[in-house]
Design a protein around this ligand. Structure first.
Ligand code: KIV
Ligand code: ZN
Length: 507
C-alpha cells in the first residue's frame, strides 16, 4: 500500500484567514497537537512576513521533534535566508519556496517573463538546498498555468534539488477531472519527476478542494496539503480531516495508507476552533456537531439495531467521546479526573484543582455535566492560566426601567485590586465600559456571538468576541452559565491577548 504524506498548513495558510489572530503560544499548542495527530509535515508559518511569525516558527522548530517543520518563503534570497534562520534548529527542517507561474500573475502582478521566473525558481531552490536537504517548490496559480510551462519549471527545480513539487490550485478554480489530468500530465511529462514527491494544495472557492485533492491522489500525487476544519484564505483550504477519513473509510477504493491517528481528529478540530475563534458549522463533515446525530425516526431505529445501517464511520474512530458517563453534583475528584483522561486532558495539580472547583460550581447549578461542558470548563481554565489582568468580581444592574450599570474589579499585573463602574446602553456595554476605564487600551469590538454549549435552560453560555486595535484582530472567549459573566470573561481574554502581544513587542 502506498502512503500519503500529510502536510498541514493550518498555521500558515489557515492562519491567513481573515481574523484568525493566533499568537506564538497558540501556534505552539496547535503544533503539538498536530504532532499527536501524526502530521508528517507542519507548515509553521512564513518567517519573512512578520517578526511575530518568525518567532512562532522558531519556537515550533525548537519544540517539535517527530514531524518535519516547514517554513514558507518567497523566491528571493532574503526570504530564503530568513526561513532557514527560523527553522535551522528543527530536527527535520524544510524550506518551502513559492513563486507565481501563471501568465495572469506574471503579466499583471510580477511584470516578469516566464524565463525570468524560471531562473529565479531554479536559483532560489539551489540557495535553499545549500541550507537544507528538504526543499519544496510551489508554482503558484498552477491550475491557470499552461501545463507545458509547469513541466519546464518542475524539471528545473528538481534538478536544483527540490524534493517536493507542490501544485497549488491557488484560487480554487480547477475541477477534479482537470486537476487530476494536470497531476497525471506532470507525472508523465517531467523526465526527472521520480526524484521528487508530487504534492497537492487546493483552495475551496468552488467547494471542490477535497474532491480535487482526492482525485489528485488517485492519479498519483503522494503529498496532500490541507488545514484543520478547512480554514484558510477566502473560502479556505481542503479540509484535512475530510481527506483523511475519506482515505480511511474508502480504503477499498483508494488503497492508500497514512500516518494519521484518526482518534486525535476531534480534539485537534476543537483546539483549532477554540484558538482561532472560528466556529465549526454543525453540518460539517466528520467534526460538525451534527455529523453523527440521527434525527429521523427510521434512522434512529436502524442505528439502535445496528450502527452500520446509517453510519459509515464509528464516531470513536475520529475521537468523539462515547459520552456514556454523565457527571453530576455527587461526582468526586476521581470520577472527574477519569473523565478528563478519557477526553484526553492531562492537567497539572494546580490546573486540576481549579478545574475541579469550577466543575463543582457548575454541578451545583446544572443537574448533569456533559462532556461538552467539561471541554468548555477546561478551555476556560487554560485561558485564565496565562492572564495579564484577572477578572475578580462583576456586578450588573439592568432591566427595562433601569439604566444598565456595571461594577467590575480586576487584579492588575502587579497584584493590585482595581475597581471601577460605568453605565452602558445594555449590561454588556456597561461591563465593557467599566473594564475599559481600568485597562485603558483603545480598541473596537467587531464581533460578538453567544451560543449555548449544551441544550437546556441551565446550559453554559459561550461568548466569542473579536476586537481590533492598531489594525490587528484579537479573539476572546469566555464561558459561564451567566452570559454577562461569560461576556466579561471573553472581553478580558481578548484584552489579555492584546496586552501580551504589546508586551512581547516592547521586550
Ligand atoms: O495557495 C497557494 O498557492 C499557496 C502557496 C503559497 C503554496 O498557499
Ligand atoms: Zn494556499
Amino acid at each position: 500500500m502506498d502512503k500519503i504524506i500529510f502536510f498541514d498548513t493550518t498555521l500558515r495558510d489557515g492562519e491567513q484567514a481573515a481574523g484568525a489572530g493566533l499568537n506564538a503560544q497558540d501556534k505552539l499548542e496547535i503544533a503539538r497537537q498536530l504532532e499527536r495527530l501524526g502530521i508528517d509535515v507542519i507548515e509553521a508559518g512564513f518567517p519573512i512576513s512578520s517578526p511575530g511569525d518568525f518567532e512562532a516558527v522558531e519556537l515550533i522548530a525548537r519544540e517539535i521533534k517527530k514531524s518535519c517543520v516547514c517554513a514558507l518563503s518567497h523566491a528571493n534570497a532574503e526570504a530564503v535566508d530568513r526561513a532557514w534562520e527560523a527553522i535551522k534548529k528543527a530536527k527535520r527542517p524544510r524550506i518551502h519556496i513559492f513563486l507565481s507561474a501563471s501568465d495572469i500573475h506574471l503579466l499583471y502582478q510580477l511584470k516578469k517573463s516566464r524565463e525570468e521566473i524560471l531562473e529565479s525558481a531554479r536559483e532560489m531552490v539551489a540557495r535553499a538546498k545549500k541550507y537544507c536537504d528538504d526543499v519544496e517548490f510551489s508554482p503558484m496559480d498552477a491550475t491557470r498555468t499552461e501545463p507545458a510551462y509547469i513541466y519546464r519549471i518542475a524539471e528545473a527545480v528538481i534538478k536544483a534539488g527540490a524534493t517536493t513539487l507542490n501544485i497549488p490550485d491557488t484560487v480554487g478554480y480547477a475541477t477534479p477531472h482537470e486537476y487530476g489530468d494536470l497531476i497525471e500530465g506532470i507525472l508523465k511529462n517531467v523526465p526527472n519527476i521520480g526524484k521528487t514527491v508530487v504534492s497537492v494544495h487546493c483552495h475551496d472557492d468552488l467547494g471542490l478542494a477535497v474532491a480535487n485533492s482526492l482525485e489528485a491522489v488517485r492519479r498519483g500525487a503522494r503529498q496532500v496539503e490541507a488545514t484543520i476544519n478547512g480554514i484558510g484564505e477566502r473560502a479556505g483550504n481542503a479540509s484535512l480531516e475530510e481527506i483523511v477519513m475519506a482515505l480511511k473509510t474508502r480504503s477499498d477504493f483508494y488503497n492508500l495508507s497514512t500516518n494519521i491517528d484518526t482518534t486525535q481528529i476531534y480534539k485537534t478540530s476543537r483546539l483549532v476552533s477554540e484558538l482561532t475563534g472560528f466556529a465549526v458549522q454543525p453540518n460539517k463533515a466528520i467534526i460538525g456537531a451534527n455529523a453523527f446525530r440521527h434525527q429521523s425516526g427510521i434512522h434512529q431505529d436502524g442505528i439502535i439495531k445496528k450502527a452500520i445501517t446509517y453510519e459509515i464511520m464509528d464516531p470513536k474512530s475520529v475521537g468523539i467521546p462515547a459520552s456514556s458517563l454523565v457527571l453530576g453534583k455527587v461526582s468526586g475528584r476521581h470520577a472527574f479526573k477519569e473523565r478528563l483522561a478519557e477526553l484526553g486532558y492531562v492537567l497539572d495539580d494546580e490546573s486540576f484543582k481549579h478545574a475541579f472547583q469550577a466543575f463543582k460550581e457548575l454541578a451545583d447549578k446544572k443537574r448533569e455535566v456533559a462532556d461538552r461542558d467539561i471541554e468548555s470548563l477546561i478551555a476556560e481554565e487554560l485561558r485564565t492560566a496565562s492572564e495579564v489582568y484577572h477578572l475578580d468580581h462583576i456586578e450588573v444592574s439592568c432591566g427595562n426601567h433601569n439604566i444598565p450599570t456595571a461594577t467590575v474589579r480586576l487584579i492588575s499585573p502587579s497584584g493590585q485590586t482595581v475597581a471601577d463602574a460605568a453605565l452602558g446602553t445594555g449590561p454588556v456595554d456597561a461591563v465593557y465600559e467599566a473594564i475599559n476605564r481600568i485597562v485603558k487600551v483603545p480598541n473596537k469590538l467587531t464581533e460578538f456571538t453567544v451560543k449555548s454549549v449544551t441544550e437546556g435552560i441551565d446550559a453554559i453560555g459561550e461568548v466569542l468576541i473579536r476586537i481590533e486595535s492598531n489594525g490587528a484582530s484579537y479573539t476572546g472567549r469566555g464561558a459561564d452559565t451567566d452570559i454577562i459573566v461569560a461576556s466579561a470573561k471573553a472581553y478580558m481574554n481578548a484584552l489579555n491577548r492584546l496586552l501580551a502581544v504589546r508586551k512581547a513587542k516592547k521586550d
